[in-house]
Design a protein around this ligand. Sequence first.
Ligand code: GTP
Ligand code: ZN
Length: 348
Amino acid sequence: MLSPTPEELAARARADLRVGLPVAVGGVVLASVETVSAARLAQMRAAGPLVMAVTGRRAETLRARAYDGDVARIAVPETADAAWLRAVADPADDLRMPMKGPLRTLRDAGAAPWRRGVALAKAAQLLPAVVGVEMAAPEGITVLPEAAPVAAEAPPHAVSAARVPLAVHRAGRVHVFREGDGGEEHYAVEIGMVDRSRPVLVRLHSACFTGDVLGSLKCDCGPQLHAAMDAMAGAGAGILLYLNQEGRGIGLANKMRAYDLQDQGFDTVEANHRLGFEDDERDFRLGAALLGRLGIDAVRLMTNNPRKIEMMAAQGIRVAERVPLHVGRGAENAGYLDVKRMKSGHLE
Ligand SMILES: Nc1nc2c(ncn2[C@@H]2O[C@H](COP(=O)(O)OP(=O)(O)OP(=O)(O)O)[C@@H](O)[C@H]2O)c(=O)[nH]1
Ligand SMILES: [Zn+2]
């Protein structure tokens, strides 16, 4: 069959939302609040009353009742334009313009398509907010099937690999993996000659453009990355997984929104919540899946994050030892690291 599978339609729906195109989900045609144009909004409004959906987290900040638990459907006033929608979705100006409401939220059944729409927006790394209207899908609009997962479920597959001599060790090898639905690529860096008959020294590192590349002092990512590679070289071998889960899975654009909120006085967890995200949106099954692909079943895991350890065990990778990784603490990131310890359960 040449027609698209549910997974392929979900991938197309995520791309559509980023472009500003609406998609059809369970009798609702909805678009991303972040990318929808005024013209598209007017076309949707002509079909019926507009509804906007945000996460329960964002609703909490807006003091709107989330009758649907993890999502809230807000009735969009007739006079509200795209700028109004964005102000409700985007916390950037919350402190300057605190009064968005009163917002009327819907409480009837029928939240399901909206919940999926918000999940799609999240998976597309946009602000987690959608606007839409109940109507039949217009010609050419992607229809998300009932059964489609909103984000990639299948583990990534190996695409290519090559030798890359590294400063820390001449024997380096980079493997590239790709998510089955055309999503992110993730990398595995093999350092030295890895002995698979014994637990392998492993680091699961989530991409941090600011820390890894720019040397940002706001986090500890850069120092952790380099300390992990040094430790592997020192031990003779190891595997660094470099996972493209920037900003704990919310993407760089949203991470910069979170940073802006942090400059307004919110901590790293509060900032994520005000944006409408959970503290951590990463799927930690990914790391275990990649290790499985590399033929590794036991690790000495370099981390302070207990969720990474739990997820390894749950996915059938034995964690023979946790190797703490405390490096790079300084004046600029001390508060951030303390919050990770106190609110996110990071280990000493
Ligand atoms: N949303 C958000 N993400 C951040 C912030 N600071 C750093 N990050 C991201 O957090 C992730 C850090 O990942 P990891 O190095 O795996 O850190 P971890 O979960 O604390 O676990 P360990 O370092 O293994 O202890 C990266 O994706 C960074 O981009 C922030 O303030 N907000
Ligand atoms: Zn970082």
